[in-house]
Ligand binder design. Structure first.
Ligand code: NAD
Ligand code: DAU
Length: 340
């Protein structure tokens, strides 16, 4: 079995590479990543020691590079993590989100179709459903919830989902889509809530909480996302969408206070700042379908997962320092060039 993992040098992609190498050591893996600011080749150093793992530096939007790779490798499965993933950046500059998340997905779909890939899996997000009211804890996103996006990021991801489903219907392509809630864990780039707060708390800096801090996210430890995707690509039904989430809703302010308590820093570091434009109020996944069809359940409780995550950042301060100094980008440039 040969699997293409796009975006494997980013947060979830990196965790997925290690999850799969451990779970299916006999498979062959090719990671394709263009190493944007969110990609970090250092993440994959251990994986690259494995003879079954290869890295290729290229963009999913580069049709020539994509075609060349598919022609050479004869993939069985494609798992597309590659994306611009940060909502705040999409508000600042939507165009790269359209280019990567929509046009890049289209290029992968075309190549998967041309070369007869047996399964194309699109890694999507619960943000395609928009948001839920804070005062209706009885409401959840199901796979039937209408697409109703808020940000340029979620709109680009929804477009990619629609394209993927259109290829399934029109060309009878064997696709699946997963829509997951907020992930946390090792290797998350320090622009997202949890690593931002850990980093700032450790440095005694103010912790910027958007708006009133009462927005709700449904947190899932990253390995649980990986186990769900592993099940879907092997046993999921073609043409289906699967929601992934573990009923773990928390207000942002609760998450921030948990981090402060764990690292032993005072709540006086909390600073309320201007709200995000169009800020989604609440996300909450109903994972009944993936549980009923594939037997998936999350294994990591938030109390354990947040401890593991904070400990990882404490034990890997060099990883964070490398990002803030910009050294990782230089490494991506010089070392990444060797994998072109
Ligand atoms: P990330 O930003 O940490 O990583 C994205 C990776 O994609 C990086 O390695 C980057 O270099 C690479 N990339 C970007 N543009 C590329 C291109 N044109 N060609 C090749 N590689 C490119 O993102 P993440 O948080 O790991 O998210 C991965 C996927 O999961 C995304 O599709 C995202 O929409 C989805 N998702 C994320 C979450 C979450 O909580 N982080 C939840 C649900 C779904
Ligand atoms: O739900 C899945 C999505 O989760 C993924 O599709 C996205 O790729 C991922 O980035 C994430 O989106 P969010 O916008 O929910 O994540 P973020 O970490 O940016 O923000 C989480 C919440 O915390 C959100 O309500 C905004 C708030 N926030 C965020 C930052 C970075 C703050 O209050 N302060 C901050 O500094």
């Amino acid at each position: 079995m040969k699997i293409l993992i796009t975006g494997g040098a980013g947060f979830i992609g990196t965790n997925f590479c290690y999850y799969m190498l451990k779970k299916h050591p006999d498979y062959e893996y090719v990671c394709m990543d263009s190493l944007t600011y969110a990609g970090n080749l250092h993440n994959l150093e251990k994986a690259l020691e494995n003879p079954n793992f290869k890295f290729v530096k290229a963009s999913i939007s580069d049709r020539e590079a994509v075609d060349k790779l598919f022609a050479k490798e004869n993939f069985d499965i494609v798992v597309n993590f590659a994306a611009e993933s940060h909502v705040d950046r999409s508000i600042e500059n939507p165009s790269i989100f359209l280019e990567t998340n929509i046009m890049g997905t289209a290029a992968l779909l075309d190549a998967s179709r041309k070369y007869g890939v047996k399964r194309y899996h699109q890694v999507s997000t619960d943000e395609v459903y928009g948001d839920l009211p804070i005062d209706r804890p009885d409401l959840f996103f199901t796979e039937e919830t209408p697409i109703h996006t808020s940000s340029p990021y979620s709109s680009s991801k929804a477009s990619a989902d629609l394209l993927t489903l259109a290829y399934a219907r029109t060309y009878k392509m064997p696709v699946t889509i997963s829509r997951c809630s907020n992930n946390y864990g090792p290797y998350q780039f320090p622009e997202k809530l949890i690593p931002v707060m850990i980093q700032k708390a450790l440095n005694d800096e103010n912790l910027p909480v958007y708006g009133n801090g009462l927005n709700v996210r449904d947190w899932l430890y990253v390995d649980d996302h990986c186990s769900a995707i592993d099940l879907i690509i092997h046993n999921g039904r073609e043409g289906e969408v699967y929601n992934i989430g573990g009923h773990n809703e928390k207000q942002n302010i609760e998450v921030v206070k948990t981090i402060l308590e764990r690292v032993g820093k005072p709540e006086s570091l909390i600073t309320y700042v201007k709200d995000r434009a169009g800020h989604d109020l609440r996300y909450a996944i109903d994972p009944a379908k993936i549980h009923a069809e594939l037997g998936w359940l999350p294994e990591t409780k938030f109390a354990d997962g947040i401890k593991l995550t904070i400990d990882w950042y404490l034990n890997n301060r060099a990883w964070m320092d490398d990002i803030f100094s910009g050294d990782y980008a230089k490494f991506n440039e010089t070392e990444g060039g060797k994998y072109a």
